[in-house]
Structures are given as C-alpha cells and as structure tokens.
Design a protein around this ligand. Sequence first.
Ligand code: UGA
Ligand code: MN
Length: 341
Amino acid sequence: MSEEILRFLREHRSISKTNNLWKFNDSIHFRPLNESLHICSENLEDHRQFLQDKPRSDYGQLPVIYFVTPTYPRREQIPELTRLAHTLLHIPRLHWLVADDQEKCNNFIDTLLNRFGIPFTHLMSPMPSKFRNEKPAPRGVANRRAALQYLRQHNLTNGVLYFGDDDNTYDLQLFSEIRNTQRVSMFPVGLIADYGVSGPVVRKGKVVAFLDSWVAGRRWPVDMAGFAVNLEYMAQYPYVNMPYKPGYEEDLFLRSIGLKMDMIEPRGNNCTDILVWHTQTKSKKLGMIRLESKYLDDRSNLGALLLNLKLMGVASTTENEGRNALISKNGKEKPHSIILS
Ligand code: UGA
Ligand code: MN
C-alpha cells in the first residue's frame, strides 16, 4: 500500500494495522479493484434528437447518470434489454453501461444498443468460472466490478452511479430523484422478498434504520436498485469494491465507500413512494425447433427468422431431436416439403 493512500486513509477514516493487513473500523479488508477491462463496443454520442419534447441541448447542464446494467445470455435477455431501453430512452444525460456475463462479445447486442441512440458502453464481463456452479452464485458481480473499473479508468468523477438490473421496472421519476445525489441517496424498492418491499426507515427527514425481511448482519440491508452514489464522493475511496459474496454485495460495496447513516439522502417523498420494482421474469429454457436445414434458405422467411432467434439466444433449430416443427395451413398440419420447397 503506498504511503499516499495510507495517509489518505488515516485522514479519512479510522484504520488499524494487523498482520500486515489494513483493517477498517468495520473489520472488513478491502483491496483496490484490479479487473481487466474488455470493451466490446461503445458509442458515446447521444443521437436522440428530442427528449420529452425538448431538444437534447436543453439538458446539457444536468449531471450524467451512469446506469450500470448487468446482463447475461438467456432466452429473455434481448426482450429485457429492449424493455429497459424503452425506459431509458426518456432519460436525458444518461450513459448506459451494459456489462454482459459471457466470454465473448455479442454483436447482436451492439447493433441493438446502437439503434436506441442512447450513449452506451458494452462491456464483456464473465463471472469467474470458479463461482459459476456455486449456489447461490454471485450474480451480476463481475459485471458491476467491470463497470466500476471502467469509471475509474476513464476518470469519471462527475455524475451519479446507479446499479440497474436488466429485469427491474423503473419509474421515470426515479431518474430526477437520483440525479442530484450529493453522496448516497436511498429509496424503497418494491416487490422485494417476503414484505414486498425493502427500504429505509425515515424520521424527521433522516434515515435512521431499514425495513427488510433479511438482515443477516448487514449494516446496509438494501437492494442493489435502492441507492445511487455521487461519483465525486466515490472517487475519494480508492478501495471501492464489490466482493463476490452473494447477498452481501450491496452491504460490502456501501461499506467500501465509507457510508455513514447521517450521509444518506432519502428520496421519493421521504421514502414513501416506490420508484423501482424488483420484477422478475419467468425463465424458460431455449426453444427447440425441428426443421431440415435444407429449408433454412431464402425460399421463405424461416431461414432468416430462425437465425435471428439463434443469435438472440431464444431458440435453436435441430434436424433430428423431438417432433417435427408444426407448420399448418387452414387449421391442418402440412408436411414441410409442401410449404417450404
Ligand atoms: C437480486 C437483487 O434484487 C438484485 O438487485 C441484485 O442485483 C441481485 O439479487 C444480486 O444477486 O446481486 P435477482 O432478481 O435475485 O436480484 O437476480 P437477477 O436479476 O437474476 O440477477 C441480478 C443481475 O445480474 C441481473 O441484471 C442479471 O442480468 C445479472 N446476472 C444474473 C448475471 O449477470 N449473470 C447471472 O448468471 C445471473
Ligand atoms: Mn432480478
């Protein structure tokens, strides 16, 4: 640890030295992030002409919201990202960091993101293989770590960071509420666990405690979607981190940026409104469509359509598994050869 960082830490928070490890007052050891960054593609130009009926230039002074979305390949991925994009399309001055949990860059996602016109960065951030078969696995952590690394490497110390999963539902008001976060803002999240909600308890305009059905020793028992962080504030903490510890990601991240109760800015009418919902999409396994590959050419739309579905991770074609694909006309099943050859 460099002298400079040590001096900083001594000045800014209480630490002690044990066995050569620097221990923060909350007895957790943090190391600086050191992720390797893989950018698949990026377009930082906002090519939306109008936002909420006003020209884009009207919003030029607003702090940027860095909206970090972990995502991963499954049948629902493209529809989830499409739906989320349609929310984000309304939001000026937003940089969408989409971090995909897989080993290769998905070109389909680049094309999709480019079409929306929202400034975006598409990162590839696979979960380290040793965690892959753990139950529970640290979902979305490699993704968010990559995004934190991106913010650090690009020295982005202005604006606001928000972790927005690909399957949640966001009220447009949320964005106005978090945009002026000074240090850390918090608000309730709907549809969490047993109580259907998780969020701060506020008295006289101050956060004093938390309502959440799973405490498990967490000092900050909040959902990932229940807080936003000012980047200038975060930049003061060289040890910002999100460890691979399922269930404790939010708590440990917030500890790594030295959060104190009296810093928290309650949002959403003093934490009485729900501006984000922890919706979950029912997941199903890949569709299988049995068709002879000789019919997957340009004699019909099916070649191109099924190729698209394959690229989106929705359905696959097979020549020999299961029942032949049903193709019908006038209510009657027809042999493939009659319709397709
Ligand atoms: C719960 C919390 O409500 C989330 O706020 C939190 O991010 C998440 O746990 C977590 O474990 O950190 P939950 O709905 O149970 O969310 O989890 P998912 O929505 O399945 O996953 C969270 C995020 O990680 C999603 O954006 C998802 O696309 C991504 N993810 C999930 C991956 O990148 N890889 C995976 O293998 C699974
Ligand atoms: Mn989810």
